[in-house]
Write a protein that binds this ligand. Structure first.
Ligand code: SME
Length: 156
């Protein structure tokens, strides 16, 4: 079955998020496989905003393990409390990092990453996975991103 996502990149960030939210919902609503759905969310975000890196780390035992992503190769395992992802997992809270060099303990999978946002997926007080988005530009993320990215992973 062919799938197409319609994106107008001339619109504002919030308008793009609003346009892709229902399209993502339609794309994943009939699929129950977690990896398939995470893969499509990563692809839609990468296509829509040309982010440097978009992907998921899944909680497996005592580590976050690299899952579906779009972008350059990345570190495969992150422990609880390590880096932005591990801290988001530990705190069960989204974290916005305007400048990765100013974030203590930031894990640099690529020197090209300048700012970052991590959103945890929480079910019954447990983190199942985190969504990590990296930009090669400083200050790329704010509460608008946190709001819509949280909605995206709520679709899962
Ligand atoms: N920077 C992240 C590591 C993952 S990569 O950015 C893909 C961190 O500090 O947790």
């Amino acid at each position: 079955m062919g799938e197409e996502i319609i994106i107008d990149k001339s619109k504002s960030k919030e308008e793009i998020y609003q346009t892709i939210l229902p399209q993502l919902e339609a794309l994943i609503k009939n699929e129950t496989d977690l990896i398939a759905n995470l893969a499509n969310i990563a692809a839609v975000l990468k296509m829509s905003f040309d982010f440097f890196w978009v992907g998921f780390y899944l909680v497996k035992g005592n580590a976050l393990v690299l899952g579906p992503f779009q972008g350059p190769i990345a570190c495969t395992r992150i422990l609880l409390g390590q880096g932005v992802c591990g801290q988001s997992w530990e705190q069960k809270m989204p974290i916005i990092v305007p400048d990765v060099e100013l974030f203590p303990g930031h894990i640099a999978c690529s020197g090209d990453s300048k700012s970052e946002i991590v959103i945890p997926k929480i079910k019954e007080d447990n983190v199942l996975f985190v969504l990590d988005v990296d930009s090669d530009v400083l200050n790329s993320f704010d509460e608008i991103d946190a709001h819509y990215l949280t909605k995206f992973i709520a679709l899962i």
